[in-house]
Design a protein around this ligand. Structure first.
Ligand code: PGA
Length: 249
């Protein structure tokens, strides 16, 4: 099975016509290729992109989700609203969102629960914040993020969580974690998931400077099901090559 691709557009592009063009490039690059692609645009483009995705195999996700389904929560977007548009996924606990919105692991846990209750698939991001280099892996912080983020979560047979390991120092820097670091951390994540009884239901992704160059090495890591891609998902020449490489395997 080829590696799955999750495109995180972050706060880009700045107009809906550019968003349309970008999405049409993704469609063009992936047409008739055996590849699983999820595009996560900013909230404001979701109605447009969900509509455009209808005649394609591309799935759509949001970049965040509320903890509640409706109510006095100014600025929040609920699972029901996302499902109504045609979304199937939601990124939760991205390191940038954790920082901007001062999210605790408990907040992330509430969002994952709401996401699952809404029948959306969470793309749950973890990555140690403290270290700025690849040298020391902060297993304590990773363990806290996993155990607290997934606390009391039970999955039905048809439910999956994608857990994206994204070292903060690798995001948007052009530096990727080495295959051996990713394999080591993946092994650790699987052990933590086993303790929670979730190891058979969670698929692990890697994110952090995945592009058309680094992908050739990264696809060799067996335990990783796919990639969460930021910068390169905005550049057609890069993502079309990534799609080609991934669907070739
Ligand atoms: P990047 O971002 O590919 O630009 O490093 C990945 C992410 O933040 O999800």
């Amino acid at each position: 099975m080829s590696k799955k691709l999750f495109f995180n557009w972050k706060m880009n592009p700045t107009t809906s016509s550019q968003a349309t063009e970008l999405f049409e490039e993704v469609v063009k690059s992936s047409e008739s290729l055996p590849v699983h692609i999820v595009v996560c645009p900013p909230f404001v483009y979701l109605p447009l992109i969900c509509e455009l995705s209808k005649k394609t195999n591309i799935k759509i996700g949001s970049q965040d989700i509320s903890t509640q389904d409706s109510g006095s929560l100014t600025g929040e977007i609920s699972g029901s609203m996302l499902v109504d548009l045609g979304c199937q996924y939601s990124i939760i606990g991205h390191s940038e969102t954790r920082e901007i919105n001062h999210l605790s692991n408990q907040d992330v846990n509430q969002k994952i629960k709401h996401c699952l209750q809404s029948n959306l698939t969470p793309i749950f991001c973890i990555g140690y914040q403290a270290d700025k280099t690849a040298k020391d892996i902060n297993y304590t912080e990773l363990s806290e993020q996993i155990r607290q983020g997934l606390q009391d979560i039970k999955l039905d047979n048809d439910q999956t969580i994608y857990l994206a390991y994204e070292p903060v120092w690798a995001i948007g820097t052009g530096k990727t974690a080495s295959n051996s670091i990713i394999a080591e951390v993946t092994k650790f994540i699987l052990e933590e998931l086993k303790i929670l009884g979730l190891d058979s239901k969670v698929e692990i992704l890697y994110g952090g400077s995945v592009d058309d160059q680094s992908i050739t090495e990264l696809i060799k890591i067996e335990q990783v099901s796919g990639f969460l891609i930021g910068g390169a998902s905005l550049k057609p020449e890069k993502f079309s090559r990534i799609i080609e490489i991934v669907s070739d395997k």
